[in-house]
Design a protein around this ligand. Structure first.
Ligand SMILES: *[C@@H]1O[C@H](CO)[C@@H](O)[C@H](O)[C@H]1NC(C)=O
Ligand SMILES: *[C@@H]1O[C@H](CO)[C@@H](O)[C@H](O)[C@H]1NC(C)=O
Ligand SMILES: *[C@@H]1O[C@H](CO)[C@@H](O)[C@H](O)[C@H]1NC(C)=O
Ligand SMILES: *[C@@H]1O[C@H](CO)[C@@H](O)[C@H](O)[C@H]1NC(C)=O
Ligand SMILES: *[C@@H]1O[C@H](CO)[C@@H](O)[C@H](O)[C@H]1NC(C)=O
Length: 678
């Protein structure tokens, strides 16, 4: 069968090529939407630069000493959470190629080191390299896929074709006009069952895409087991936009931050009224970088804007930030779409009633990323939706902490006064955020617990040990390696660096000699009274149930793991691969902190160790490198060593159905009935 759309698409593409200016980046940036071919030609036009690339790869290798999971990930002790990655060897191979034959283009180099297929293979969500140059376009299809069943109890579910033009708060403006202009009319196909993708059975294709999660398909790992990676491909409800608005995420099948590896996708559909149809649909791209030709694209997007004076200013700003260093620590995973895409979507700001996802329930409190409701059909059940643990709308950290605490206190008390005795905690899609915000939430629910969180360790090298000695001597508290920010396992403040980083604690991990700090706890004060007005738990462990889609990482995972491990909180997990029977309620990285390359450089400057031969140097390109910085130590299943390897299964597993996948309110009423009855 000749796929529909294909002929039209080819002629449209050649029409664009014919009219295009000679410079590929001028063509790619001249219109809001262009074909992915045109956009990718711009990426490929940036030449490989050996000097710059050698310096990038050298510094990424030197930064590995901060990466707390490096040797753990050589081989996983838990077959349910597989890792067999030697990131150092992969990077050393990239280094060898860079030094010898080189790469075809800057894009090819970035893909190799980038989120490398080296770093990407870690799939831990925290550990990522991305050059601004390779994330300068947002790549989009006019449809998304959700895996849906007729009943939440069905054993299997089926990939469904969803036209995404009208998804609320996803910034689809101009996309339909673009596809219509090139003769691609998808609206009549909405709701079709997807039978095949690129000639392969659709479920098999999608599970394989999630399993490989290859940067060459425009995907990054970010979640450790296949279920959350699969869910990230899927369209799903969330409130994860900049201003905490409810949205239906496009999902990574239909929206990617990296070139998707092909210019079109062919799907065979069981349509509602036209029988079986095969159509080929091209990818569209929109530019989110700066520059309007190759030279300006390189100077404005690919190269760092910061000269040394600007870097010093940034360092100064960091020192003068009103929030103390020990409260700024984060555990967060990168969002789906690039900042400009999310900001544009949120500027359009669609709240109820035009928004089908938005619950229509009595609110008992809303603060940036937190929503509290009482259910209508189960009025003895309340809902607390933790959409994230950090604000993206410019709210300052201290205001955020106070707001979360106050909203929880007033909201939960008001729910109790209204007769609520049970609570649903929805953590679907929560990517984490400030560790302190997670701690405030934990302490609000369990104010009598001595410490809200997990013990942790930093990785310790000779260079890091010296950084910690300088931090101890200065006593200024500008460095995360200041011993006085932490407590021992009896929750007594550390007195000196010998209780912390110096000397390092030797450890053999997967047969490799390594070293870490002693185990410590973050210091959030010695009583919950400083962060919450609750003095007794507002509800008991059995009164809570999580609603989850497995996408819960980092600070979310620490928060949720703590409720599960310490207080036996149960979970209802929705979605996952079409035939999976068990999922984690928190399927993301569980390492307790992420650091970024700028912070590593800042800490080295601070300690006067920036010229040390072991120290990474600032990148000569605009790029982000984030690394999992601390390992958390679990309370259960300690034999596997770190929290990362504790598989935390759902209590019950459900499918998303056609009539509730985009309506959290229906999901919550269903879960209330299942777990708490009438
Ligand atoms: C390659 O990068 C180096 C270091 O940033 C720079 O000095 C040089 O001009 C670049 N070469 C080309 C051909 O752009
Ligand atoms: C590109 O932008 C520069 C200013 O940044 C402007 O002078 C120039 O005319 C633009 N070129 C095109 C082709 O739009
Ligand atoms: C560090 O503090 C602990 C606890 O007060 C003390 O026992 C130990 O002797 C101190 N170590 C050094 C080297 O000062
Ligand atoms: C708790 O901390 C405060 C100061 O932050 C201190 O005054 C008090 O003695 C501490 N109490 C205990 C029991 O450690
Ligand atoms: C506790 O309540 C008081 C009075 O309403 C308020 O001023 C204070 O900020 C609250 N403390 C916390 C930690 O929320």
């Amino acid at each position: 069968m000749v796929p529909q759309f294909l002929l039209i698409v080819l002629s449209a593409a050649s029409g664009i090529a014919y009219a295009a200016p000679a410079d590929p980046c001028s063509a790619a940036t001249a219109a809001t939407w262009v074909s992915s071919e045109v956009a990718h030609a711009c990426e490929l036009n940036v030449p490989f630069n050996k000097t710059r690339s050698m310096s990038v790869v050298d510094s990424t290798i030197k930064a590995l000493q901060y990466y707390s999971l490096e040797n753990w990930f050589l081989h996983s002790p838990n077959p349910l959470i597989p890792h067999d990655v030697n990131v150092r060897a992969l990077l050393e191979n990239v280094q060898k190629t860079t030094a010898t034959v080189g790469y075809k283009s800057d894009w090819d180099f970035n893909m190799a080191v980038s989120i490398t297929d080296a770093f990407n293979k870690e799939a831990d969500g925290h550990t990522l390299y991305s050059a601004d140059c390779t994330e300068a376009f947002s790549w989009n299809l006019p449809f998304a896929i959700a895996t849906l069943a007729d009943s939440p109890f069905d054993k299997t579910a089926f990939p469904t074709f969803l036209v995404n033009y009208d998804f609320p708060n996803q910034g689809r403006s101009g996309l339909e006009a673009f596809f219509e202009s090139i003769g691609v009319h998808v609206r009549p196909l909405d709701g079709s069952r997807v039978l095949k993708i690129n000639g392969v059975d659709a479920s098999t294709y999608l599970v394989d895409l999630a399993t490989r999660s290859s940067i060459f398909d425009g995907l990054v790992g970010a979640y450790e087991t296949v279920n959350p990676r699969y869910m990230r491909l899927m369209s799903r409800y969330s409130a994860d936009t900049v201003a905490g608005l409810y949205t239906q995420e496009v999902g990574r099948f239909g929206q990617r931050a990296f070139y998707p590896g092909a210019n079109s996708v062919t799907v065979t559909l069981q349509t509602k009224s036209e029988g079986i149809k095969t159509v080929t649909i091209p990818w569209a791209a929109t530019f989110v970088g700066s520059g309007n030709d190759t030279a300006s694209f390189i100077s404005q997007t690919c190269l760092p804007a910061v000269d040394s004076a600007a870097r010093k200013r940034r360092t100064l700003n960091r020192r003068m930030d009103a929030t103390p260093m020990n409260l700024r620590r984060k555990g967060v995973v990168a969002p789906e779409a690039q900042g400009p895409v999310r900001h544009a979507a949120s500027a359009a700001g669609l709240a109820a009633p035009g928004n089908i996802v938005q619950p229509n329930l009595k609110s008992f409190g809303h603060f940036v990323t937190l929503d509290i409701y009482q259910l209508a059909e189960h009025p003895h059940v309340g809902v607390v939706y933790f959409e994230q643990f950090e604000p993206s709308d410019g709210t300052g950290a201290n205001d955020y902490f106070t707001g979360i605490s106050d909203t929880l206190f007033s909201g939960l008390n008001a729910l109790k006064a209204a007769g609520v005795t049970k609570i649903i905690v929805d953590n679907s899609g929560n990517r984490g955020g400030f560790i302190f915000a997670g701690a405030i939430a934990l302490w609000s629910l369990w104010p009598q617990d001595l410490y809200p969180g997990f013990p942790a360790v930093f990785r310790d090298s000779d260079l890091i040990r010296r950084e910690s000695d300088v931090a101890a001597a200065s006593g200024l508290g500008e460095s995360e390696y200041s011993f006085f920010f932490y407590r021992d396992l009896n929750y007594v403040l550390l007195q000196n660096n010998s209780q912390f980083m110096d000397p390092p604690v030797p450890q053999v991990v997967n047969g490799v000699k390594d070293s870490y700090s002693k185990q410590f706890l973050d210091d959030f004060g010695n009583s919950s009274a400083a962060v919450t007005n609750f003095t007794t738990p507002p509800f008991q462990g059995e009164d809570y149930v999580f609603v989850a889609n497995s996408i819960c990482a980092s600070t979310c995972s620490i928060f949720s793991s703590y409720l599960f491990q310490k207080h036996g909180v149960r979970s209802a997990v929705f979605g996952g691969t079409p035939s999976s029977t068990v999922s984690q309620f928190d399927g993301g990285v569980k390492g307790s902190e992420v650091t970024d390359f700028d912070s590593i450089i800042f800490e080295l400057d601070l300690a006067g160790l920036d010229d040390d031969p072991a120290a990474p140097q600032p990148f000569p390109v605009a790029a982000e490198l984030t690394l999992n910085f601390r390992n958390a130590i679990p309370y259960i299943d300690k034999q596997d060593g770190i929290l990362e390897y504790v598989f935390e299964p759902d209590t019950k597993k459900y499918q998303f159905t056609h009539d509730q996948f985009n309506q959290p309110q229906k999901i919550w009423e269903f879960v209330a009935e299942e777990f708490f009855g009438h």
